[in-house]
Design a protein around this ligand. Structure first.
Ligand code: NAD
Length: 264
């Protein structure tokens, strides 16, 4: 296959969670631009309809499936709905996630469970629900999980979030091993600070800190993450599995010194 052809997703069906905003929206649009038909899952129908409209304008099929990823019991019917609407799922992107700030002393069981259930339990059981069909069909597939820099490092006041994302990175390795014989590649992306509704909550001090400590001196965009997602979903990544790859403007490479001015 021509190398550029191997990055294309024509004829593939992708399911993206958290597709209504931010990184998930960017990934859904990127996969569609690369040729995939995309099922969009998040809680807010109006967000999903907006993304679906853009995908259809680009000539691909889009299916809106409102749902809460914390509701794991609904996953078998969610997968059925997607496969009846678009066909067998070739690519699963687990992007839905939330962040809640709490010190360990402040944490409650409810707060802990909300983060773990949304960010980690959902990933595990949606992989299981989609994987049953993917494995049975025997024609391979791709899973792309969204991890975080907290998969690698401890960050102040986000312990349940960090635990969930470290879990996503570990689960990515285990699933890659279990599904390697089925030609299903399982990888994760660890975004750095990306400009989305999630990071729009950050105060001016934190924003300044990020711009001074990220070697590229700025936040990334959902589009910056989408490029890697398209690659990982494509035949170009057929021999790449079990990895969590940062897209972080160089943050995990080390601290720049002296702090550099923000890039335009
Ligand atoms: P966001 O808040 O902007 O968007 C999150 C999306 O997930 C929304 O569409 C939301 O509706 C959906 N979602 C949240 N909870 C859900 C639930 N229970 N069921 C279904 N959908 C749900 O967030 P974002 O910044 O785009 O983050 C997306 C993913 O990337 C998350 O997993 C997040 O942890 C991760 N991430 C983000 C950053 C960043 O800097 N923005 C950095 C590292 C990792």
């Amino acid at each position: 296959m021509n190398i550029i052809e191997s990055f294309k997703l024509d004829g593939r069906v992708a399911l993206v969670t958290g597709a209504g905003k931010g990184i998930g929206e960017g990934i859904a649009l990127g996969l569609a631009e690369a040729g995939a038909d995309v099922a969009l899952v998040a809680r807010t129908r109006t967000d999903l309809e907006r993304v679906a409209e853009r995908i259809r304008e680009g000539g691909r099929r889009a299916l809106v499936v409102p749902g809460d990823v914390a509701d794991v019991a609904a996953f078998p019917s969610l997968v059925r709905q997607v496969e009846e609407g678009l066909g067998p799922i070739d690519v699963l992107v687990n992007c839905a996630g939330i962040q809640r700030r709490m010190t360990v002393l402040e944490a409650t069981v409810e707060g802990w469970e909300q983060v773990i259930n949304t960010n980690l339990r959902s990933v595990y059981f949606l992989c299981q629900a989609v994987g049953k069909g993917m494995v049975a069909r025997g024609r391979g597939g791709k899973v792309v999980n969204i991890a975080s820099m907290t998969s690698y490092r401890g960050f102040h006041t986000v312990s349940p979030y960090g635990i969930s994302k470290a879990g996503v990175a570990n689960f990515t390795k285990v699933l890659a091993l279990e599904w390697a014989p089925h030609n299903i590649q399982v990888n994760a992306i660890a975004p750095g600070w990306i400009a989305t509704p999630m990071t729009a909550q950050m105060g001016a001090d934190r924003i300044r800190w990020v711009n001074q400590h990220v070697p590229q001196g700025k936040f990334g965009t959902p589009r910056d993450v989408a490029g890697l997602a398209v690659f990982l979903a494509s035949p170009a990544a057929d021999y790449l599995t079990g990895q969590t790859i940062p897209v972080d403007g160089g943050f995990l490479a080390g601290n720049p010194w002296p702090p550099i001015p923000a890039q335009p």
